[in-house]
Design a protein around this ligand. Structure first.
Ligand code: PEP
Ligand code: MN
Length: 343
C-alpha cells in the first residue's frame, strides 16, 4: 500500500505517520516527488485494521499496490530513479557506457582496454574476475588477482569499476575493489546472493536471466531493494528464444516495458544478446533509441585471442566508431554522451 500525501503537506505529518507505522512493525519508504510525498508501507497490513490512516493530517488517499514487487514499482515511486555511482549518474540525461573485456586476463590486456574505452567516452570499465562459465573446464577468471588489476586500471584512467559477483564469498572479496557489483544472468534468482548485495548497500547492475519474465525479474530486484539497497540498475541482455542466428534474442521491448512499470534505470548489454561482434552496433543504437539509459559492451584489445566470448568482443576501433555514433544519436534523443571526452 502507498499513502499519497496532499500537495504541500507538512514534514511533521509525514514523520508522525512514519512513527505510527514503525511502531506497528511496518517498513516505511518515503519518496519525495516534486509535487507530493508518497509513503510506501511494507509488511503485513492487517496490523493497520484499527488505524484510521486516511484521517491523519496531510493524507490525501491510500492506494493498494497490485504488483507483487513494490519498491521496484512505479506506484511506489512514480519519478524515474537516478543511481549515483561515485559521481556517475545512471538514469539521468547522460548516457552511461560500461565497456571492457569479458574477463580480466592480464595486466597488459586490462590496462590497454581501459585506456582505449576511456578515450572513447566510457565511464565504467567492466571485466569479469569471477566468471560463471557453461563448462567447469573453461577459464574461470583470475578472481582477486583480476580485481587488483581492475583497480590498477582505475588508478591509471579514473574509470569506475564494475565486475560480476557469483557468490557470497565473491561479494566479500570484490567489495573493496569495485564501484558497482554486477549480478549475472545465471544468478537472477539466486535469492541469497541478491540479499547479500542488498545488504552491502553498493550499487548493483542486475541482469535479466535468459528465461525470466520481466515480472519475475522485477520481483527478483525487490530482493535486493528489500534489504534497503535502492541503488539497482537493470540490464537487459537477451533472452532465450527459438532463434539461433544470435546467441540470445535481445528483447528491446523490455526497455519501454520496464520504463512503464518501474522507476529503476535500465541499460542494455548487446554483447551477450548478439554473441557476434557484427551485430553490436545496430543493437546498441536500437537500445538507445528505445530509451535505454546506457550500454554495457565487451571490448578487447585483441578479440581473437580472448579467453572467453571471443566472437562478441569489439576491437577498440569498432567501439570508438560506435561511441561516435552514440554521441550523435544522443543529441537527437535529447540525451547526452560525451564521445571522445575521456582524455
Ligand atoms: C558477463 O557480463 O560477462 C556475463 C557473463 O553476462 P551474462 O550474465 O549476461 O551472461
Ligand atoms: Mn562475456
Amino acid at each position: 500500500m502507498i499513502i499519497v500525501m496532499k500537495p504541500g503537506s507538512q514534514e511533521s505529518d509525514v514523520n508522525e505517520i512514519s512513527r505510527v507505522l514503525e511502531s506497528l512493525g511496518l517498513g516505511v519508504h518515503i519518496s519525495k516527488g516534486t509535487e507530493r510525498t508518497i509513503i510506501g508501507v511494507i509488511g503485513d497490513k492487517r496490523v493497520l485494521s484499527d488505524v484510521p490512516l486516511e484521517l491523519m493530517p496531510g493524507v490525501e488517499k491510500l492506494v493498494p499496490i497490485v504488483e507483487s514487487y513494490k519498491l521496484a514499482g512505479k506506484t511506489f515511486k512514480p519519478e524515474a530513479s537516478i543511481v549515483d555511482v561515485n559521481g556517475v549518474k545512471i538514469g539521468g540525461k547522460e548516457l552511461v557506457i560500461m565497456a571492457g573485456p569479458c574477463a580480466v586476463e592480464s595486466r597488459e590486456q586490462i590496462l590497454e582496454a581501459a585506456v582505449a574505452v576511456k578515450k572513447s567516452g566510457a565511464q565504467f570499465l567492466r571485466g569479469g574476475a569471477f566468471k560463471p562459465r557453461t563448462s567447469p573446464y573453461a577459464f574461470q577468471g583470475l578472481e582477486e588477482e583480476g580485481l587488483k588489476l581492475l583497480n590498477e586500471a582505475k588508478e591509471l584512467t579514473g574509470l569506475l569499476i564494475i565486475s560480476e559477483v557469483t557468490s557470497e564469498r565473491a561479494v566479500e572479496i570484490a567489495d573493496k575493489y569495485v564501484d558497482m557489483f554486477q549480478i549475472g544472468a545465471r544468478n537472477v534468482q539466486n535469492f541469497q546472493l541478491l540479499r547479500e548485495v542488498g545488504r552491502s548497500g553498493k550499487p548493483v547492475l542486475f541482469k535479466r536471466g535468459p528465461s525470466t519474465t520481466i515480472d519475475e525479474w522485477l520481483n527478483a530486484a525487490e530482493y535486493i531493494m528489500s534489504e534497503g539497497n535502492y541503488n539497482v540498475v537493470l540490464c537487459e541482455r537477451g533472452i532465450r528464444t527459438f532463434e539461433t542466428a544470435t546467441r540470445n534474442t535481445l528483447d528491446i521491448s523490455a526497455v519501454p516495458v520496464v520504463k512503464n512499470s518501474s522507476h529503476l534505470p535500465i541499460i542494455v548489454d548487446p554483447s551477450h544478446a548478439a554473441g557476434k561482434a557484427q551485430y553490436i552496433a545496430p543493437l546498441s543504437k536500437a537500445a538507445i533509441a528505445a530509451g535505454a539509459d546506457g550500454l554495457i559492451i565487451e571490448v578487447h584489445p585483441n578479440p581473437r585471442c580472448a579467453l572467453s566470448d571471443a566472437a562478441q568482443q569489439l576491437t577498440p576501433q569498432s567501439f570508438d566508431d560506435l561511441c561516435r555514433d552514440i554521441g550523435q544519436l544522443a543529441g537527437l534523443l535529447g540525451r547526452e554522451f560525451r564521445y571522445g571526452k575521456g582524455e
